[in-house]
Design a protein around this ligand. Structure first.
Ligand SMILES: [Zn+2]
Length: 180
């Protein structure tokens, strides 16, 4: 397995609509292993293929990521995931994204969703997701259509968040230079 390079905002690959996967073969399974390892290495609870520079409809997630005890992990691989039903009830949750490091904001999502997808073995699956799992799924599936969570914010909140991101990057650049 390998850790893949993360693509951060505003890289254009994050804005592209991803292509459907035609076959879940060994090559795809190797990619699924790598993207999952990258997600754990960066302490994320979800990661979409465009975030590692691959414009394909693939996401991985874990609604119970644990650094300490790997046996508690609950990884999920979803190829060509599609939301086929959404509840009318919505919930607010404070989201973050590995492509916008160190930032968080409240986003409104459907409380429950039903998702159709292909699993690690290319088998068709359907799940009814709620709570954190439903939120992660909506966030990651958005990535496959070039949508970031900041797109769900008001213009004012978005520009504030992007300014904070810029500041965070400046500060970390300075720290990095001092450590050299
Ligand atoms: Zn994200």
């Amino acid at each position: 397995m390998a850790i893949l390079k993360l693509y951060e905002y505003p890289h254009p690959i994050l804005r592209k609509k991803c292509e459907r996967v035609t076959k879940v073969d060994d090559e795809m399974r190797k990619f699924l292993d790598d993207i999952l390892e990258t997600m754990y290495a960066d302490k994320g609870c979800g990661l979409a293929a465009p975030q590692v520079g691959v414009s394909k409809r693939v996401i991985v997630l874990d609604d119970n990521p644990s650094d300490k005890d790997e046996s508690l992990r609950n990884p999920m691989y979803l190829v060509n995931p599609e939301i086929i039903w959404k509840s009318e009830e919505k919930v607010l949750f404070c989201e973050g994204c590995l492509s916008l490091p160190d930032q968080r904001a409240d986003v409104e999502r459907h409380e429950k969703i039903r998702v159709h997808f292909l699993d690690y073995n290319g088998k068709e699956q359907e799940i009814l997701a709620e709570d954190l799992l439903a939120i992660i799924l909506q966030h990651e599936i958005d990535h496959l259509d070039g949508i970031l969570y900041i797109d769900h914010l008001s213009r004012l909140k978005r520009s504030r968040l992007l300014k904070k991101l810029e500041k965070y990057r400046e500060e970390n650049k300075e720290k990095g230079e001092k450590n050299d």
